[in-house]
Design a protein around this ligand. Structure first.
Ligand code: OGA
Ligand code: NI
Length: 348
């Protein structure tokens, strides 16, 4: 097989000294890695200790979470209740999966975004002009019994370990949704009840080392189309968040998840909480793995600004019309990963 016919980046990169031309971004759209700030001082992406959520500091934590959602759209959590061992296991499974022989990995390959389990590359090979330095395995994981039979069986413990992880992360999501509802002054179960039967997807992102990281992205700047994302990253930096017009690197802290507000939360909160641009950059030395959990409404759920957060008299009209999550999701995948927020298509 010639190099150019490889379906996956992982199989194309070994021994490549230059970034192939279809991965090179135009000069006006490059990472400018030397200009990126660190998450510290006034750039700090807040680290919130969830230990106190059910104790005497409850209302202080709700305030911290609300401020983080409002000012950053991103925060990090520790003491989140997902066991350390489960985190180690899922990272190890992902590492082993991407090290499987090409023929074994390719059994899961598809470039059709509507497939509920698939291995693919870049972002959307059918719509994009420039490729991204990433392979990814994407899984639907809630309700688990609808999807687990589609998942890879290699490594042999894949289904068991990943299922445990998904279930535990879902518990964390539900605790966060309750806290975020409360921070908006809504009933604690308000957001939960807007999501129909709920949905949960997950990706295992694999970013191989890149000979020329200044020329390309792992993922270019984007917002997440779902409700809320729980990102687990390994110990290699790569995630950057736009804060006050500047890219800020969110460097890994062991046993800490990165939480970000997605487009649906921006809608429900009627723009109080922002779905913020973020991107993944690559480096020349080390492979990087990240595992985002995308929590979302079920396709039939009707999403719109919470009535309590709309006030036509007080200059807070509804910013968005109502739509089903299905409609939003279809538009999202068809337009490519453009920097312009997909939300603009749903303005009231
Ligand atoms: C994503 C994403 C960031 C990362 O998959 O939507 O933003 O660090 N990933 O991999
Ligand atoms: Ni993202």
């Amino acid at each position: 097989m010639s190099m150019l016919t490889k379906l996956l980046l992982t199989d194309l990169v070994s021994g490549v000294n230059h970034v192939p031309s279809n991965y090179i971004r135009p000069l006006s759209d490059r990472p400018n890695l030397t200009e990126v700030g660190k998450s510290e001082g006034s750039n700090l992406i807040p680290v919130i200790d969830l230990q106190g959520l059910y104790g005497p500091n409850h209302s202080d934590l709700i305030t911290q979470i609300g401020l983080a959602c409002q000012d950053h759209g991103f925060f990090q959590v520790k003491n989140h209740g997902v066991p350390e061992k489960m985190i180690e296991n899922v990272l190890q499974i992902a590492r082993e999966f991407f090290r499987l022989p090409e023929s074994e990995r390719l059994k899961n390959y598809s470039d059709d975004p509507s497939k509920t389990t698939r291995l693919s590359t870049s972002f959307n090979v059918k719509t994009e002009k420039v490729s991204n330095w990433r392979d990814f395995l994407r899984l639907h994981c809630y309700p688990l019994q609808n999807y687990v039979h589609e998942w890879p069986t290699n490594p042999p413990s894949f289904r068991e370990e990943v299922a445990e992880y998904c279930t535990s992360v879902r518990g964390l999501v539900l605790r966060l949704l309750s806290a975020i509802s409360e921070s908006l002054g809504l009933d604690r179960d308000y957001i939960d009840k807007q999501l129909g039967n709920h949905g949960q997807h997950m990706a295992m992102n694999y970013y191989p080392p890149c000979p020329e990281p200044e020329l390309t992205y792992g993922l270019p700047g984007h917002t997440d189309p779902n409700l809320i994302t729980i990102l687990l990253q390994d110990d290699v930096p790569g995630l950057q968040v736009l804060h006050n017009g500047k890219w800020v690197a969110v460097n890994p802290i062991p046993n800490t998840f990165i939480i970000n507000i997605g487009d649906q939360m921006q809608v429900i909160s009627n723009d109080r909480y922002k779905s913020v641009l973020h991107r993944a950059v690559v480096n020349s030395n080390k492979e990087r793995i990240s595992i985002p959990t995308f929590y979302c409404p079920s396709p039939d759920a009707l999403i719109g600004p919470a009535p309590e957060l709309i006030d036509d008299e007080d200059n807070r009209p509804a910013v968005y019309r109502k739509f089903t999550y299905q409609e939003f999701y279809d538009k999202f995948w068809n337009r490519g990963l453009a920097t312009e927020c997909c939300l603009d298509m749903f303005k009231a």
